[in-house]
Ligand binder design. Structure first.
Ligand SMILES: *Cc1c(COP(=O)(O)O)cnc(C)c1O
Length: 238
């Protein structure tokens, strides 16, 4: 596909997603704005450039190596980089060197390395790294689930809030596979409300993807993370 055709395709998809978001906000009777993070994992730098040109300000990635390379290659675009993938504690400080928001913090063990990485990346500036606590919406015995149990959230939030170079932004979650996302996003809204009671500035609720952004917005999502509805089907994982 030529760059012009790809630009047109992305523009059309992006317009449709923005329309869905606007309609969901209206249907929910909300008058605030919902932020869009376009998840560009598996797609090339050229797509990130086209998206930036089409007005996208926030992009998400879920694998450290790919994210790190793309963020470096696209440093001139002024985008905000969201890390949304599983985090190993030995990679956490490296992720902090390019990410603006780390959305997938699900255990206290990650806080120290993230705080160190955030402190090292830009010693001159006062820039802090925004962190979201990833909350599990799966049954406690589900295989391969990511995220902290709701009961673990307060302690994890305290640890993030106490780290000098991190800012607690709120919560993030992925709806359980193959289940109605509504009840899960409702539980997330309760977790987020409890968090705000002790951390009033932690207002972000990052929830909703290509298939369920309407349900997330109806349950108060402040940000949606959309990949395939904008970029198309992801290439097969090698
Ligand atoms: C890939 C991914 C998304 C985007 O998923 P789509 O269904 O392609 O919109 C959102 N959040 C996370 C954490 C992801 O890994």
């Amino acid at each position: 596909m030529s760059p012009t055709d790809r630009r047109q395709e992305l523009a059309t998809n992006l317009g449709a997603v923005r329309e869905r978001i606007a309609r969901a906000v209206e249907d929910a009777g909300r008058d605030d704005e919902v932020g869009l993070v376009v998840v560009t994992k598996y797609f090339p730098e050229s797509d990130v450039r086209l998206l930036a040109d089409l007005g996208v300000t926030d992009v998400g990635e879920n694998r450290h190596q790919e994210a790190s390379a793309k963020a470096a290659a696209c440093a001139d675009l002024g985008l905000r980089w969201h890390f949304v993938g599983g985090l190993q504690s030995n990679k956490a400080s490296a992720v902090a060197s390019y990410a603006d928001v780390v959305e997938s913090v699900d255990r206290v063990k990650l806080v120290g390395p993230l705080d160190r990485g955030a402190a090292e990346r830009d010693p001159e500036s006062e820039r802090v790294l925004e962190v979201l606590v990833q909350v599990s919406l799966d049954p406690p015995d589900a295989a391969g689930r990511a995220g902290a149990e709701p009961a673990e959230v307060p302690a994890l939030a305290e640890a993030v809030a106490a780290a000098p170079h991190l800012r607690l932004g709120g919560v993030m979650a992925v709806a359980p596979l193959g289940a109605d996302p509504g009840p899960a996003f409702a539980r997330l809204a309760d977790v987020a409300a409890a968090l705000r009671a002790s951390h009033p500035d932690a207002r972000t609720i990052s929830a909703g993807m290509s298939g369920d952004l309407e349900a997330a917005i109806s349950h108060g999502a402040t940000h949606v993370r959309v990949g395939s509805a904008v970029l198309g089907m992801r290439p097969r994982i090698k």
